[in-house]
Design a protein. Sequence first.
Lengths: 597, 162
Amino acid sequence: MAKFKMHMLVCGGTGCRASASDMLYKNLKKEIQEKGLENEVQVVTTGCFGFCEQGPIVKMIPDNTFYVGVKPEDAAEIVAEHAIKGRKVNRLLYKDPVKKEHVSDSRHMGFYKKQIRIALRNCGLMDPENIGEYLAADGYEALGKVLAEMTPEEAIQVVIDSGLRGRGGGGFPTGLKWKIAHGVKGDPKYVVCNADEGDPGAFMDRSILEGDPHSVLEAMAINGYCIGASKGLIYIRAEYPLAIKRLKIAIEQAREYGLLGNDILGSGFNFDIELRYGAGAFVCGEETALIHSMEGLRGEPTFKPPFPAQSGYMGMPTNVNNVETYANIPVIFNKGAKWFSSIGTEKSKGTKVFALAGKINNVGLIEVPMGITLREVIFEIGGGIKGGKKFKAVQTGGPSGGCLTEKHLDAPIDYDNLLASGSMMGSGGMIVMDEDDCMVSVAKFYLEFTVEESCGKCSPCRIGNKRLHESLDKITKGQATLEDLDKLRNLANVIKDTSLCGLGQTSPNPVLSTLDNFYEEYVAHVIDHTCPSGKCKDLIRYEIIPENCVGCTACARNCPVNCISGERKQVHLIDQSLCIKCGACMEKCKFNAVTII
Amino acid sequence: MTSVKLKLKEKDVQKIKEICKSFNNDPGELINVLHKTQEFFGYLPAEVQEEVALGLNIPVAKVYGVVTFYSFFTMLPKGRYPISICTGTACYVRGAEKVLDEFKRILKVSVGETTPDGKFSLTCLRCVGACGLAPVVMVGDKTYGRVTTDGVKDILKEYENE
């Protein structure tokens, strides 16, 4: 094998590929070849680096140079300057938004400083399509250790001692789950990996599967050994073609190496993994619904008990865990339960991956120790709010979570704290909102999602959420009364208490948390018929401030419905009866002459 | 739900039979069968569902129940260039709604519809996971990031002469 002096890691995650990183990879490879450097410099496509905001990312090893926003045509310059002359290409370096300086070493970037990467340990560092690289990074060592040295009971005890809790939302202790499944009699048993990541704005599972598929396969095999299952199934969204492709390659390679299949590593233990595809239904993230979907049925949840551990896939004992949960398992065995439980808070151990998105400077995927504060996440790692606007709220936990405000920013993040403040960990989506976001509209947006995704099986969720959505719609149109707000709260609580599954039980959270934290905004819509953030079209109108208007005609030319009149160098006027309130005039005006009333 | 009536050709019937057989005619594989079938036909009209039901020996109602339950399956043909606007939360707070409105306005179709010439169809999807590029629009397999209302015209222009 050639000994390379330099590695160029090119991000091959979905986000960067959308910005032509595959083309960039080809160009780099071509340049390296043309310059005769193929024995010295290796170009590798890796999984997601997490810094999606400024993709495509290229990282140089060993000097940790971190290039952002690299275009395919930059390949020649990088090779000529960095690989040959050893000079960094300054214009492509990450620029610190506060200090306005180029940062050449990724370890000094605010984005990475506070992160501890366990589940994402290999993402961005290795070629996910090459099992050799996973093996070189202690891959499948945990499986070997468990099979050779431990009984299933001992292995389960390690997971219990680590304190790991389910990362898919509920936070159920993983070791306990395995212990229950281990204790139930039945043959065959099944191990299922829940990769039906449906939360809008959450993409950690996809990134792990794209960047480090083997860690999930290894963990599933350990799980199989612990509970006595010889078959594993991965239920994955059909919307994730790249993750599916890489999983297929990984499964094939693991079989070739005897790490899946019969008599794994000579231990007599058999385990194999198959893929099952979702078809776009959010409720299938719920484990009973997921199991029904794998059986070829409508993905409707069923009442628990019986729990999947007792009667799951095909009526047999089944253990379901989420992708991120699995990604933690091999490390726990390699470094020990004690090491893992030393990270985090008293009741939430280890780290959590969050997908930072919305009005934040550094959109991306981060992994932080439990117990970090929202303030650190948003302002230090996330780099603060876009465009210097004011922070208003952060929505955690997707459609099942709530909106947290300024007063929650300094509380340590863990399962219990988030629940106590009216939100939840969920799968780890974190959407940041600024002063321009209307919280009533945001609640309505989430309800729209729930109404669409409710499976329709139980009436509180099917009918109740529809009613909630209608009330919110009324509020955003200025047609509601204060009495409606009370009704809204009552109904939300009833849906929470009476729904069958997790979807209905949590769907009112966005409404309840915004009612609690932004009641005055609801009141403004109801009593004053105004939308303080200027978002609700029925409650606002665009007007031109005559003193500021210079008559440049930019607004009139860009109005899609031609409702702005006025001669050149004359004050313009908006015809309110025709205006569709798209805001194009305001965007185009350079003189701040358009205002929302 | 309306569906397009279509008389299946003998070779299409054979194709469906083949797909069912490749999954051992196992009713538990219904979703995988539908994925493959939709890949081939582009959509799942009633006639195709009837054949699938025959192939797996289950009631048509069950097939229909599954097709209508999952958003990935469609009973209406898509346009040659299916446009999907991401309306996940990250895209929503960065203005996806305005982008969607602009597409609706220019193409004169609603969400879920296809233009009369069969060229474009308009759908919403929830999160492709490229939140760093929000708002995101997909045309076929091609992803467009940071789309503005002005950018909509430019995207459509790319497909003008095709």
